[in-house]
Design a binder for this molecule. Structure first.
Ligand code: AKB
Length: 314
């Protein structure tokens, strides 16, 4: 495939796996990964980059002849509530820099992640539709909702080819998530294997939409590579795989680790989760560009435990 991509924020939970996937798909010579600093080894070229520095992003795009940018740098929901001004500045400034690069035709395509955080307490919680009330209550959610509006505006006004998914909570074993409300669904596996027990920061009945990372990565690339006329929504697509509560996840983990114990100590993240959907209707993504998840909750659990047992040499 004739493309050269830049991943911004490549060392995070999504970026680590997207970088590996795209490197395997396009070849190391066609993928550049960038982040504020390098934490993990890179399968392609790594460039240290401050994504809020427009000139630095521009120089890198030009030097490397980039046509597609995956902009993943962001502050998530829980950390965003602690640092609202920093969350807003990071999440919005980086988006404007990339939208403007696309508007000025320095890049051809932009992928930017949205989130279920665009929804709020006035949104229907069960099978949340694609088009519905969006009154987010977190700074992260407000930034994602505003970002979606801006993406659509740049597309309508200047023809910017921007694509976006409203990710549910993402579960993976490679790189840890950072500062989200759905992070418990990753931490729980590490603690289950290392300690046999977990103290959960959400209550037992808190149902949230979730997805295994291989599905999320495949969706991201499928949407980014889709023919432009199939991408009829330029704000953010709803995407779903499965939903569960901490209690249901613990029961699934117990099928592999029968002695696993869970305690509940909800903190400020409970309120964030209570304002998010329990499940998502992703029929529009299925219809427009053929999205279909592959992993169920039991399949995700088995795969997570298998890989983490290897990591911890158990
Ligand atoms: C978070 O919990 O903030 C993220 C998200 C759902 O966007 N994982």
């Amino acid at each position: 495939m004739d493309t050269k991509v830049l991943i911004i924020g490549s060392q995070g939970q999504i970026g680590t796996e997207l970088t590996a996937y795209l490197t395997a798909r396009y070849g190391a010579a066609n993928v550049i990964e960038s982040d504020i600093q390098q934490k993990n080894p890179s399968p392609c070229t790594f460039v240290a980059l401050d994504a809020t520095d427009k000139n630095a992003v521009y120089e890198l795009v030009k030097k490397e002849n980039i046509d597609t940018v995956y902009l993943l740098a962001a502050m998530l929901s829980a950390t965003g509530e602690k640092f609202p001004d920093k969350a807003w500045a990071l999440n919005m400034n980086t988006l404007f820099i990339c939208l403007d690069l696309a508007k000025e035709k320095h890049i051809k395509k932009l992928y930017w992640p949205s989130s279920i955080a665009v929804f709020g307490p006035t949104t229907p919680r069960v099978l949340t539709p694609q088009f519905t009330v969006c009154e987010p209550t977190t700074v992260y959610g407000i930034s994602k909702q505003a970002g979606e509006r801006w993406c659509e505006w740049y597309h309508n006004k200047f023809g910017v080819d921007v694509r976006s998914i409203r990710y549910p909570g993402l579960i993976s074993y490679t790189a840890p998530p950072g500062g989200g409300t759905t992070d418990y669904a990753v931490d729980i596996f590490h603690k289950a294997l290392q300690q046999g027990s977990y103290e959960c920061f959400l209550g037992p009945q808190t149902e949230l939409p979730m997805m295994y990372m291989p599905d999320a990565i495949r969706a991201t690339v499928e949407l980014t590579e889709a023919e432009a006329d199939k991408v009829k929504i330029r704000s953010g697509y709803n995407l779903a795989a499965f939903s569960f509560t901490p209690e249901q996840l613990a029961a699934e983990i117990r099928k592999h680790i029968p002695t696993f114990e869970i305690q509940y100590k909800p903190d400020f993240r409970q309120q964030i989760a209570d304002n998010w959907p329990a499940s998502i209707d992703d029929s529009v993504a299925r219809e427009h560009w053929g999205w279909k998840p592959e992993y169920s909750l039991p399949q995700m659990c088995s795969d997570m435990i298998l890989h983490l047992q290897e990591q911890y040499a158990l």
